[in-house]
Design a protein around this ligand. Structure first.
Ligand code: AMP
Length: 221
């Protein structure tokens, strides 16, 4: 893949997006920017901003667009993004955010959006078993449990269930995904920037499909 490429990984929560983003960012050596992770860090630090974001997150609601776009604008202004490109995870989540994003990345906007396709039944099963490292945010689940129960393979810290993985919040997030995020698939397809990848399979299988799809599409960018 070309240096400086700008990628977005789209997908329902529980589609394995976080795990695959970590792997892709390592593979291509590009910054992985997760808006959810930025918010969770602010919550951990106990900032006013974090406290406000937590209310939305725990309810499964989206944080207001102006707040999210402001956070992303600040992050995209840093030098690593200009030099190495980026992989966005959890942003954009609606058409308004996509429009804002194009404005933040002149002149060509995003190069490629990958839609990680996983059926809702599979996602629901995965979300109920999802566990995450409190430190490095590595995701685990039934298909990829940590080698030692409750302990992260990567950094050794604690592996727990996310506070916003309650059943009500999961249902609400899936509803919002269909209502607000799924329309982005057609939006990016209309700009010839979309590639769909089957997200069902082992993490290694899915990573292989993703890198193959990205390399094929970005050969000439
Ligand atoms: P995630 O880690 O991407 O699942 O995000 C966790 C939570 O952070 C979401 O359920 C939202 O409450 C909030 N969030 C993350 N990214 C966005 C975004 N782009 N727009 C609005 N809210 C977001």
């Amino acid at each position: 893949m070309v240096p400086g490429a700008r990628l977005v990984l789209l997908g329902k929560q529980g589609a394995g997006k976080g795990t695959q983003c970590v792997r892709l960012a390592r593979h291509y050596v590009i910054p992985h920017i997760s808006t959810g992770e930025i918010f969770r860090n602010a919550v951990k630090l106990g900032t006013e901003f974090g406290k406000r974001a937590k209310e939305f997150m725990d309810a499964g609601e989206l944080v207001p667009d102006d707040v999210v776009v402001g956070v992303v604008a600040e992050r995209l202004g840093r030098d690593d993004v200009k030099v190495r490109g980026l992989l966005l995870d959890g942003f954009p989540r609606n058409v308004h955010q996509s429009e804002a994003l194009e404005g933040l990345l002149p002149p060509r906007g995003i190069d490629l959006v990958i839609d990680l396709e996983v059926p809702t039944e599979v996602v629901l099963k995965r979300l109920s078993s999802r566990r995450v490292c409190v430190n490095c945010e590595t995701n685990y689940g039934v298909d990829n449990p940590p080698s030692i129960d409750g302990k992260c393979d990567d950094c050794g810290d604690r592996v727990i269930q996310r506070e916003d993985d309650t059943e009500a919040a999961i249902q609400r997030r899936l509803f919002l995904y269909e209502e607000q995020t799924a329309p982005l698939i057609a939006w990016y397809m209309g700009k010839d920037k979309l590639v769909a990848v089957d997200g069902v399979g082992s993490p290694d299988e899915v990573t292989f499909r993703l890198t193959r799809a990205i390399d094929l599409r970005l050969r000439n960018v």
